[in-house]
Design a protein around this ligand. Structure first.
Ligand SMILES: [Zn+2]
Ligand SMILES: [Zn+2]
Length: 565
């Protein structure tokens, strides 16, 4: 247990490289030198749970949810949210939440030294309203969440600068696309993941600068290609074989791209190609200096980070950008010296907090532009507050010291907010996307929530009754409720969506849109590397692919470069 402030005991600990047992999963973990320096620099306590349990807990505060209609608990105004129907807290519309129609200081209370601090914080949290969605500066994005500076996006989450998207997740500057997952600066794409700067790219992964192509894996600067991998600057290729333009066009016509059954068989073949033929690089890092992790871009001295860009001196961060000297910070942007935080932006010296943008503070939830606050929820532009109550500087410092020492007695200090303070059921959070094997009973045992949504009472058409070919789909389909075969959840085909499928010869999807997003994310959410032997030079390497994917040709960086065309 580390409970004292940094000092010689920690240096001794480092020398002996103490093995710790994770308080959640009971597996062993230790602290690396990089982590050790960052814990000291940021000034946070050493963790009592392992990296995976820390990330899982943080990401459980980042709600994925299921879109539903609801009403504001303030005005009764109708709203669309991903927050749970049976929520522990009131829900206000985003504009009401930011308005002066309510004041979080009205909920202020005294600290009671006889009750656990975290219990009191949770009690306060349950009284404070949550905004129904996050994001600003959007037009016609009501059916979306965590969307910023975007226009006309539907049933999508985590977007920045996007337009005309359906059913998409974590995209930057993507336009007029459907089922785009972790894509950047692309247009008119369908069913693509980790694709950049592409136009009319379909059913593809890990490709850049590609146009008018289908089923590409790790291709760059390719045009009019079908079922290709590891290609650079090619046109008119099918299965990496070069054709003449005319010949290519003739062959493409025979591939029946408008048929669902035919697309499914191409998809099956694509999976085989990925297993057997693709030369897989150890990771998808680009411009990563002295760093390790996956999907790193423009980073320096970043360790054990994932989907992380433009950052320096960070460890154990998943999903973030523009961060400096931060540790155990997940879903955080534009922050410095923050530690053990989830979903914080524009923050400095912030600890053990979530959904906040604040400085020199600890244990905040939903606090905007606050300084020197401790244990507060929903405050805006406040200073020296504890439990949403105003103090002067001296009173604040004395009470904070008292609370920290009480928390140390209970072993609470330095731990992140517990699962019981999460926004909703674990299985509808981003944590379940990264840790899909998590068991309901384990989350309930840790005080968390779980919900099985049953929509079997809703009538609709099973999707196996849909016409196989998009050409045979009539306009009336947009009035028909469809039932996902995997979840039993209801979904629809929107009119604009149908015209996108028709224009691009794409058969109707059969599964619920959230299931489709999760199917794609499976390959982008592995937070650890696995040991492999390079297929070519037999050197020992670490690569971010699970052994059960059975990829045959995993190569070291050098051999990868030599063996792609
Ligand atoms: Zn653990
Ligand atoms: Zn090699």
């Amino acid at each position: 247990m580390f409970s004292e402030p940094p000092g010689s005991m920690f240096l001794n600990t480092m020398k002996t490289k103490e093995i710790k047992i994770c308080e959640h999963c009971k597996t062993e973990f230790s602290i690396s030198l990089e982590e050790f320096y960052l814990y000291q620099k940021v000034g946070i306590e050493f963790p009592v749970i392992c990296f995976f349990c820390r990330t899982k807990l943080h990401l459980s505060f980042w709600f994925f949810g299921k879109f539903r209609k609801g009403k504001s608990d303030l005005s009764g105004q109708s709203l669309i949210t991903v927050l749970p129907e049976k929520s522990r807290y009131p829900i206000y519309t985003l504009s009401e939440w930011y308005s002066d129609k309510w004041d979080a200081m009205d909920y202020g209370r005294d600290y009671n030294p006889d009750i656990s601090f975290l219990k009191q914080l949770q009690d306060l949290q349950e009284k404070i309203p949550h905004p129904h969605q996050s994001g600003t500066n959007n037009t016609l994005c009501d059916w979306s969440d965590d969307v910023w500076n975007s226009k006309n996006c539907y049933l999508s989450r985590s977007l920045e600068g996007c337009e005309d998207l359906f059913y998409s997740y974590r995209n930057l500057q993507v336009k007029n696309s459907i089922d785009a997952v972790v894509c950047f600066n692309s247009e008119k794409c369908y069913d693509c993941s980790d694709c950049h700067h592409s136009y009319k790219l379909f059913y593809s992964r890990h490709s850049r600068d590609c146009i008018d192509s289908y089923f590409l894996y790790d291709c760059r600067n390719c045009q009019n290609c079908f079922m290709c991998w590891n290609l650079r600057g090619k046109s008119y290729c099918i299965e990496n074989i070069q054709y003449e333009k005319k010949e290519y066009e003739e062959k493409i016509k025979l591939l029946k791209l408008t048929s669902y059954a035919s697309i499914e068989s191409h998809k099956k073949h694509f999976e085989e190609v990925i297993k057997e033929e693709v030369v897989h690089r150890p990771n998808f890092n680009l411009k990563a200096y002295n760093s390790d992790g996956n999907y790193l871009l423009d980073v320096k001295n970043c360790h054990n980070c994932n989907t992380f860009s433009n950052s320096e001196d960070c460890s154990n961060c998943t999903r973030g950008l523009n961060n400096k000297s931060s540790v155990d910070a997940d879903g955080c942007w534009y922050s410095e010296l923050i530690g053990n935080c989830s979903c914080c932006v524009n923050s400095y010296a912030l600890k053990y907090s979530c959904h906040s943008s604040s400085r020199y503070s600890e244990y905040l939830d939903l606090c905007i532009e606050c300084e020197y606050c401790f244990g507060c929820v929903g405050l805006k532009k406040k200073k020296y507050c504890i439990f949403n109550k105003q103090y002067n500087k001296e009173e604040y410092e004395m009470l904070q010291d008292k609370i920290v020492s009480d928390m140390r007695v209970l072993g609470e200090y330095g731990q992140f907010l517990p699962y019981s303070m999460g926004a909703g059921p674990f299985n509808f959070s981003n944590a379940f996307i990264y840790f899909p094997e998590t068991k309901k009973e384990d989350i309930l045992a840790l005080g968390g929530y779980w919900e099985d949504i049953d929509e079997s009472h809703i009538e609709g058409m099973p999707t196996d009754k849909l016409p196989d070919d998009i050409k045979d789909v009539s306009d009336t389909i947009t009035t028909q409720a469809l039932i996902c075969p995997e979840t039993g959840w209801r979904f629809n085909v929107a009119a604009d969506e149908l015209s996108f499928y028709r224009q691009n010869n794409i058969p109707l999807p059969r599964k619920h849109f959230d299931v489709r997003i999760k199917d794609q994310l499976k390959y982008l959410t592995i937070l650890h590397s696995c040991p492999y032997v390079c297929f070519y030079c037999h050197k020992n390497i670490e690569a971010h692919y699970l052994p059960e994917w059975k990829y045959q040709k995993i190569a070291c960086e050098e051999c990868y470069k030599q063996n792609i065309s």
